[in-house]
Design a protein around this ligand. Structure first.
Ligand SMILES: C[S@@+](CC[C@H](N)C(=O)[O-])C[C@H]1O[C@@H](n2cnc3c(N)ncnc32)[C@H](O)[C@@H]1O
Length: 202
């Protein structure tokens, strides 16, 4: 099957059955799209733009790293004794990142929801994180999960720490805002698709 047959099928509004050749094609195309956007976005997601002070960070947490666009930059810029924790629920992304950074010191990737940040920080003797960077799509996560994540984020963020979250819409701005004292929003047009960067402080 080629891409034209696949698109013609979708344009006719026909269903894609699980396990079918059409389904495999859909999976392949979406994986390619993910890779492509990650490459395009990789060029602008600089640590300066995500506003992390790497000199004064002893612990950085990332939620939902996916293919690791932010992870790459965090690991390049952090001091080697800064602890980095990642929470990724998708087993494939988890395996990919675990393998890629298997030799990194003070680096922990956890195949569990960001809701459990507290449990894992405690496990490694950390009280609070200096920065929490997130690619989680709050607009499409169930409300109770978002609420658990934001409650824990507020709880485990240092007094002068920052929660930096990338969103494709501002649908959940008011919801996110309830958990923090201050929120600054920047539009990043170079992202594909354009994104908002919300920087939240306690
Ligand atoms: C939109 S992708 C962001 C990927 C990457 N950060 C980027 O910007 O290119 C969202 C990621 O969050 C992960 N995810 C979704 N719910 C999660 C949760 N509750 N805890 C941790 N990761 C989660 C997904 O598996 C996915 O990899």
């Amino acid at each position: 099957m080629d891409i034209h047959e696949f698109l013609a099928h979708l344009n006719r509004g026909e269903a894609v059955e699980g396990g079918s050749e059409m389904y495999r094609m859909m999976h392949k195309v979406s994986q390619e799209a993910l890779k492509l956007t990650a490459e395009l976005n990789g060029d602008y997601h600089t640590p300066e733009e995500i506003n992390v002070d790497f000199n004064y960070s002893s612990c950085i947490v990332e939620y939902g790293p996916g293919t690791g666009v932010f992870t790459e930059r965090i690991l390049k810029k952090r001091k080697k004794n800064t602890m980095v924790f990642l929470f990724e629920t998708n087993k494939n992304f988890y395996n990919l990142i675990k393998e890629k950074y298997r030799d990194e010191p003070n680096f922990y990737i956890i195949n569990n929801s960001a809701e459990y940040i507290g449990k894992y920080l405690k496990k490694y003797g950390i009280c609070k994180a200096d920065y929490i960077v997130s690619g989680l799509p709050f607009a499409s996560l169930p409300n109770n999960i978002s609420s658990n994540i934001l409650t824990e984020t507020e709880k485990y963020l240092n007094k002068h720490g920052k929660f930096i979250t990338f969103q494709y819409t501002l649908l959940k701005k008011n919801f996110i805002e309830k958990y923090f004292n201050e929120i600054h929003i920047k539009r990043e047009l170079r992202n594909v698709p354009p994104a908002y960067v919300l920087c939240c402080t306690n």
